[in-house]
Design a protein around this ligand. Structure first.
Ligand code: BES
Ligand code: ZN
Length: 638
């Protein structure tokens, strides 16, 4: 029986199919192969289209890119060429459409009948969200094109640091951040997660610097300014990545290691010493790591994220180096993306939960395997609080279901805690209903089945129905699943992680507030998580005397643990607790991680500390990443 939802999809597909162009080669037959018994249906290519790309990837699809680029620090540009292979899905297609953002293109040639001939192209206007459309006329039989170009010094996906902005102070530094759609500011590409490609690169740098990419580096050479890379597994463009700087390496085992500036190398290797055990735990659950080496690089503090899962080389913020491994769930997270995200990829940013929700779930399973259930529960409990806040603060209800709405304004909107913690709690719900052993085997099968593919939420649902739900039809209802995926708000079936450790912290907090002095409070065994719970749950009417008492005893304003310091400042701002402001100033000057600084600036502005915040931002802004500058500029221009 066709239920209401499938009927709607079917009707929609027919309408879309009938107004789609003929030449899309029959790919728009919505009912073909559709099981009329099925609960959910796959999307047609038109329905699954990524709105954040200009690319005509359903007609002509990029399969490989070979980059040849010179890194010019004096001009802050990459100069060179990109050679691009593609396949024609539609034999009649005569153009290849790529994405470009702030690129200066001097020439485009096409390889046809064994010769390179100049190709006509047009570069469209710069759309503020998705950049420019680069349309290239394809001569008959062309199978490869070459674009000669340079990037802009303002390329949003690249940060160029002067020597003064590095720890070593002697050499400049360059790093990329391309997720979700900034690879197009480094090279002309079909910059959508729906398209997967292999790549190679030759990168020339000043001879004293090292270049690294999200790919296998050719052996030999050493530090000579001429580096070659190859990624032979097909990846989406947002996983391209490059770093250039005065970087050192320390091995953790024979295929895992860490790169960093010298000052933090040993501390990083010590902090991340459990990475091999994380890999083992991941592999035991979901099958072998398929990317060869796994290295990490600890970037300068302006890196705007906690971590970024670039294949073979996760990028990490130095704020993870707490000295006690308490923040290494971020490593577990980025490593987990080697299965969820990099192997099986969201086809559009509307499906971001397939990347981030799955990864948050796997991360939590790995943390449980390594450090025990108590820690995993504490991390979930902290996540549930931020999820509730994200749902309450969402700009519109559609942004609180896992499948993001068709009219999503910007891919960034898909990366709230809804996709992360919401996705994780959804998978926890399934794990509980189908039982762990069965569910683990299903997820492993899912990664194998869709390995090296880009898929939509609907592909997941169809696979889920065929491979799990059919076998245990009473474990969940359609309504329960739909509530998670398609309906706004927190589903009724969400779990409630019960942490005994947090309960003990809460009891101590209550006793302290009741007694009015801190003498009875015993914190020596608290981990970072317990501190975070304690700070996050401080009552909003806490007196300035209470703030001062806590600070005197526990030096929270001066905490070198970035998570603890951040949580404390978020409480200190609305309370007007002045002694926190000087250390907060130093924090905002030192830390460029978006998760902390966006919310701090926002809170300062909301709490009438705008003038103070502006003076800090004026000093800090030149050191922030372009992505962070754009976000914080927007906060001040509200
Ligand atoms: N892929 C994300 C980072 C990202 C998301 C970059 C969206 C650009 C757009 C990465 O895996 C991530 O989720 N990092 C988190 C850490 C995690 C433990 C929640 C972060 O940066 O805080
Ligand atoms: Zn992630």
């Amino acid at each position: 029986m066709i239920n209401r939802f499938s009927a709607l999809i079917l009707a929609l597909s027919i309408v879309l199919a009938s107004c789609s162009r003929e030449e899309s080669g029959g790919a728009t037959q919505p009912t073909e192969g559709m099981n009329s018994e099925a609960t959910w249906a796959k999307l047609t290519p038109e329905e699954a289209i990524d709105p954040f790309t200009h690319a005509n990837y359903n007609d002509v699809r990029v399969t490989n890119v070979d980059l040849d680029l010179e890194v010019r620090f004096d001009e802050k540009v990459l100069v060179g060429a990109a050679e691009i292979d593609f396949e024609r899905l539609n034999a009649e297609a005569t153009t290849l459409v790529l994405d470009a953002n702030d690129l200066s293109i001097s020439k485009i040639e096409a390889h046809s009948n064994d010769a390179w001939v100049e190709a006509e192209f047009s570069l469209g206007e710069d759309d503020p969200v998705i950049g420019s459309r680069l349309e290239i006329s394809l001569p008959d039989g062309a199978d490869r094109i070459r674009v000669t170009y340079s990037t802009s010094p303002e390329a949003e996906g690249l940060q160029w640091l002067s020597p003064e902005q590095t720890a070593g102070k002697e050499h400049p530094f360059l790093f990329s951040q391309f997720q979700p759609m900034l690879a197009r500011s480094m090279a002309p590409l079909q910059d959508t997660p729906a398209v997967r490609m292999t790549y190679s690169a030759r990168i020339q740098t000043p001879p004293e610097l090292i270049a690294l990419m999200s790919a296998r580096q050719d052996e030999g050479g050493g530090r000579d300014g001429d580096y070659s890379f190859k990624m032979s597994q097909p990846i989406p463009s947002y996983l391209l990545a490059i770093v250039v700087g005065d970087i050192e390496f320390k091995a953790i085992n024979d295929h895992i290691g860490v790169y960093a500036e010298d000052y933090i190398l040993d501390a990083s290797a010590a902090e991340f010493a459990d990475t091999p055990a994380m890999e083992d735990a991941n592999a035991a659950l979901y099958g072998p790591y398929r990317w060869g080496r796994y290295d990490m690089i600890v970037l300068p503090p302006s890196f705007p994220f906690g971590g970024m899962e670039n294949p073979r080389l996760s990028f990490l913020t130095p704020t993870l180096i707490a000295g006690d491994k308490s923040l290494t769930n971020v490593v577990a997270h980025e490593l987990a993306h080697s299965w969820s995200g990099n192997l099986v990829t969201n086809a559009t940013w509307r499906d971001a939960w397939l990347n981030e929700g799955f990864t948050s779930y796997v991360e939590n399973r790995v943390m449980e395997a390594l450090y025990g259930e108590d820690r995993a529960i504490m991390e979930r409990a902290l996540d549930l609080e931020t999820l509730k806040r994200a749902v309450a603060e969402a700009d519109r209800p559609e942004l609180t279901a896992l499948k993001m709405p068709a009219d999503l304004e910007h891919p960034d909107d898909a990366f709230s805690q809804v996709s992360y913690a919401g996705g994780m709690f959804f998978l926890k719900f399934l794990e509980e209903r189908f039982e762990r052993e069965v569910f683990d085997a299903f997820i492993k099968g899912y990664f194998d089945h869709f390995a090296f593919q880009s898929i939509t939420t609907e592909d997941f649902l169809v696979y889920f129905e065929d491979n799990l739900w059919t076998n245990y039809p009473n474990a969940v209802t359609k309504a329960e699943i739909d509530a998670w995926i398609f309906e706004p708000g927190l589903p009724a079936t969400i779990g409630n992680p019960q942490s005994d450790a947090f309960d003990r912290v809460s009891a101590q907090q209550a006793a302290w507030l009741g007694a009015g002095n801190l003498d009875g409070i015993e914190t020596s065994a608290w981990t970072t998580h317990e501190w975070l719970h304690f700070i996050n749950t401080l009552p909003s009417d806490l007196t300035l005397e209470n703030f001062a008492a806590l600070d005197d005893r526990f030096a929270l304003s001066a905490s070198q643990n970035a998570e603890i310091a951040y949580a404390w400042y978020m409480k200190a701002i609305p309370a007007g607790y002045e002694p926190a402001f000087e250390p907060m100033d130093a924090f905002l000057m030192r830390v460029g991680r978006g998760k902390f600084i966006y919310r701090l600036y926002q809170k300062l502005v909301d709490q009438e500390k705008r003038v103070w915040a502006e003076t800090v931002y004026e000093r800090a802004r030149p050191g922030y990443h372009p992505i962070a500058q754009r976000r914080i500029d927007a906060i001040f221009s509200e």
